[in-house]
Design a protein around this ligand. Structure first.
Ligand code: TXA
Ligand code: MG
Length: 330
């Protein structure tokens, strides 16, 4: 579907519309329409205890959804809204419990993609939007990925090309004195600390007590087993090559996710390039790589690890969640 105006009408009529954002594609519904919100959980196969992010096009909408808006909200909004940052604040009573999975807080984000912005403006209601994938599958970074998972199950899919960032927004809880990163993402810890002029914490997730409910579920995983190699770059490359050879010799179909410069060394057939701009292009390409190698029917995906700084934090967070096995080298 190309017509954003028609898509906005669908949302107002309680239908589901998939749309591009700068991070990943979202599956949108009116936050005020309980039936539509319930349908999102059903279509995705998403557990009901995993709350949704409410998407806004204007900061004027914040007071409709939040009960308390701390000063930190405005400091961060000035820098990163629109942008890949989601802020968790105390919720207003009118936000349906289904949206927040019964929590007393609500997550707010203003995406920075022209199609998303026009859609949200024309719909003129707050729009809940989880990533537009089936629960447990890699997030979609192209309209084709949404089609693979949700074709025929949603009213419309807006095509906005490939997503610029490729991993989801950073989720930051600002209901406490010291903010806590619940999910690393498109805005880095360093950027947040600079905007607030203070250190922030990063949540450690245990299976039992997740501070962001979504983090306890297995995520972002391709069907193939992912083996993640971490350590010194040249040692990673050597270890991946050895593993590829040994596994292939045993008839295992091996896929490789590695930067462009490894294409020759790893052989072309089941290689998916993570680009040549370090963590930035790796984040852009990661989820597409998972899906592409799955389509090639590989048994195992060997994946390069990256340094854990800046966007590398979000990237490694997604990789560790996807990986069945981690190998330390060097
Ligand atoms: O980049 C993104 O954030 C994308 C695009 C479409 O905007 N959306 C996205 O939504 O990734 P989803 O539903 O896949 O992930 C939302 C995350 C989950 O980990 C969820 O638990 C957390 O945000 N979350 C939502 N509301 C929350 C709340 N009130 N408190 C804590 N965590 C919350
Ligand atoms: Mg998701």
């Amino acid at each position: 579907m190309r017509n954003v105006r028609a898509a906005a009408r669908l949302i107002c009529n309680g239908q589901l519309v998939a749309f591009p954002t700068e991070t990943v594609y979202g599956l949108g519904a009116s936050a005020y329409n309980a039936g539509a919100v319930r349908e999102i959980f059903r279509v995705k196969g998403r557990p009901l205890d995993n709350p949704l992010i409410v998407h806004l096009w204007s900061l004027d909408q914040v007071h409709l959804l939040a009960r308390e808006v701390p000063l930190m909200f405005w400091l961060l909004a000035r820098e990163f809204m629109p942008g890949p940052l989601t802020l968790v604040v105390k919720k207003a009573r009118r936000v349906p419990a289904l949206v927040t999975a019964g929590l007393s807080t609500v997550a707010l984000r203003m995406p920075d993609h022209p199609i998303a912005r026009i859609l949200l403006k024309q719909a003129n209601v707050p729009v809940v939007a989880p990533s537009a994938n089936l629960s447990g599958r890699p997030s979609p970074t192209a309209a084709q990925h949404v089609k693979e998972d949700l074709d025929g199950k949603v009213a419309a899919i807006l095509d906005g090309g490939r997503c610029k960032i490729g991993v989801e927004s950073t989720v930051l809880d600002i209901t406490r004195r010291v903010p806590v990163i619940l999910r690393p993402g498109g805005v880095t810890k360093e950027q947040i600390e600079e905007a607030l002029r203070m250190k922030v914490r990063t949540a450690r997730h245990s299976q039992n007590r997740p501070s962001s409910p979504g983090m306890k579920y297995r995520h972002y995983a391709p069907r193939a087993e992912v083996v993640l190699f971490e350590g010194e770059p040249s040692a990673i490359r050597r270890a991946m090559k050895q593993t590829m050879r040994a596994m292939s010799a045993h008839g295992i179909k091996v896929g490789v996710l590695y930067e462009e410069r490894g294409r020759r060394a790893f052989g072309a057939s089941r290689f998916f390039s993570l680009g040549n701009e370090g963590v930035t292009s790796a984040a852009q390409n990661l989820f597409a790589g998972f899906r592409q190698l799955d389509k090639k029917g590989v048994d195992v995906i060997l994946c390069q690890g990256f340094p854990e700084e800046l966007m590398g934090r979000a990237l490694m967070n997604r990789l560790r969640k996807a990986a069945g096995r981690r190998v330390r080298v060097g």
